[in-house]
Design a protein around this ligand. Structure first.
Ligand code: HEM
Length: 455
């Protein structure tokens, strides 16, 4: 709320853009239908506009020049947004709430775990997860007799298995299943309200969303304690991220506490699996709703020498399909930073305490950058390239997603494998629209599909 603003900022200089009045109603509108609300406010009040969200005042923009200004600043002027809400959810060590040098050193330590050869070493396992999970879901659909595979459930199982194997290890089936069940429960207990206001973090005899979240998290952490202890006893080397974190030290030789490790693992679990599953579900939906795009992709996949991870990850049309999916449906509609110093943003002077938000969804639907923005047309990413201030599904600046390369690689392997091997059709002809889940936005249905044949 505006009372959060630092009164020591020189009031004469402060100039805020207009925006919707009140706090509860705009927050509810943003929770319910973020893109419609953001587009309506940008039209009514101009871009940028001021939104008094329940978790603090935010100046929102979808303009390329202003996004460039925001991402071009020294990271020292920003603090993370909504820290009081995130700490009780993710813990003190989450990258999402670290700032300054601790944030930089955390990224330096983690970055190599999600890039280059290390990332590519997960390729085979990603492909194996895709085909095994596809067959599991196909069998389940046959047993249910309707033959419908719910794409979102399939993609969630694939991305969960990938992330569980990558970050927690768990190559043994039984352990992987336990970790997946516990992780699934944590995700299922993440009510959107918990992410929007600390005021919702209230116990109620074990029945409140907050109680359910804490219980699910406790069960996952108990399981992880077990995994670490087993690992320490067996002393066998393992190349999952949990093991790397247990052994890793910062540049000053300091090791990471277990509490801090769990905080980061929760962050990776949250930031990493649902985002990827939702994006892959959208890709399947759009491809099967758009015959031209599907046939161009098939043509490319059929011309590859094989469907190995290295071939799939370099296929041009497949990459453009993934980019177009993330353009049309950014999983986070906006990203936020809180000002520690005043910021001149276009004609406005924003005070300390105010947050700024590049609105990805506004930038990605700007018709002057993306003609016919509602059309799913992967070719636009082959015909031209876009600046990081026009296209930013993974955010930008010093907080750009550290899993961006990993997620793009995983999407190429999973989608490439499934599209190359199976002929599918959508069960339902009803349009699927974006709908809020927690902080993420996903498809309004699970996107049921049917297998027509193996290819
Ligand atoms: C399609 C999948 C994904 C999408 C759309 C996505 C999107 C984003 C976005 C928009 C941000 C915020 C950036 C900002 O504030 O400017 C972010 C941050 C982050 N993401 Fe991702 N992400 C995806 C996958 C992943 C994966 C696979 C991981 C790791 C396993 C991951 C880990 C993170 C982390 C740790 C941050 C916080 C970075 C920081 O604060 O320094 N994400 N992601």
């Amino acid at each position: 709320m505006l009372s959060d603003i630092d009164s020591s900022s020189n009031k004469m200089e402060i100039r805020l853009p207009p925006g919707p009045r009140g706090s509860w109603l705009p927050t509810m509108q943003l929770i319910r239908n973020p893109r419609a609300a953001l587009e309506k406010w940008a039209k009514e009040y101009g871009d940028p506009f001021l939104l008094n969200a329940l978790n603090g005042p935010v100046v929102v923009t979808g303009r390329e020049d202003l996004i460039r200004t925001i991402h071009g600043q020294d990271p020292g002027i920003y603090a993370p947004f909504a820290t009081p809400t995130i700490i009780p959810l993710m813990g003190n060590g989450s990258m999402l709430i670290l700032e300054g040098e601790p944030h930089r050193r955390e990224r330096r330590l983690m970055m190599p775990m999600f890039h280059g050869d290390r990332m590519k070493s997960y390729g085979e396992s990603m492909q194996q997860c895709s085909t095994e999970q596809f067959e599991v879901h196909r069998d389940r659909a046959k047993r249910a007799r309707d033959n419908n595979i719910v794409t979102l459930e399939l993609m969630t199982d694939i991305s969960l298995e990938v992330i569980v194997k990558t970050i927690f290890g768990g190559n043994e089936r039984e352990l992987a299943t336990k970790l997946m069940d516990a992780s699934r429960k944590v995700v299922a207990c993440s009510s959107p309200l918990l992410f929007f206001s600390r005021k919702t973090h209230l116990p109620f005899f074990g029945f409140s969303p907050w109680d359910r979240w804490r219980q699910a998290k406790k069960e996952l952490f108990l399981l992880l304690d077990e995994v670490i202890e087993k690992r320490q006893q067996s002393k066998s080397a393992s190349d999952d991220i949990l093991s790397m974190l247990c052994l890793a030290t910062y540049e000053d030789g300091q090791s990471i506490t277990r509490e801090h490790i769990y905080s980061e693992l929760m962050t990776f679990l949250f930031a990493g699996h649902e985002t990827t599953a939702l994006s892959m579900t959208w890709a399947i939906y759009h491809l099967h709703n758009n015959k031209a795009a599907l046939s161009s992709l098939r043509k490319e996949l059929d011309s590859l020498p094989d469907d190995s991870p290295s071939s799939l990850s370099t296929a041009t049309y497949l990459k453009a399909t993934i980019q177009e999916t993330l353009r049309i449906h950014p999983i986070l509609t906006e990203t936020l930073r809180k000002l520690k110093s005043p910021l001149q943003l276009g004609d406005f002077m924003l005070p300390v305490g105010m947050a700024v938000a590049p609105a990805t969804v506004l930038a990605h639907h700007n018709a002057s950058t993306y003609p016919d923005p509602e059309l799913f047309r992967p070719e636009r990413f082959i015909e031209r390239s876009y600046s990081p201030f026009e296209y930013m599904p993974f955010g930008g600046g010093h907080r750009r997603c550290i899993g961006a390369a990993f997620a793009s690689y995983e999407m190429a392997i999973v989608l490439g494998t499934i599209i190359k091997r199976y002929e599918l059709e959508l069960v339902d002809s009803k349009p699927v629209v974006p709908k809020r889940r927690n902080v993420t936005i996903g498809p309004s249905s699970g996107v049921p599909i049917r297998v027509l044949s193996n290819r």
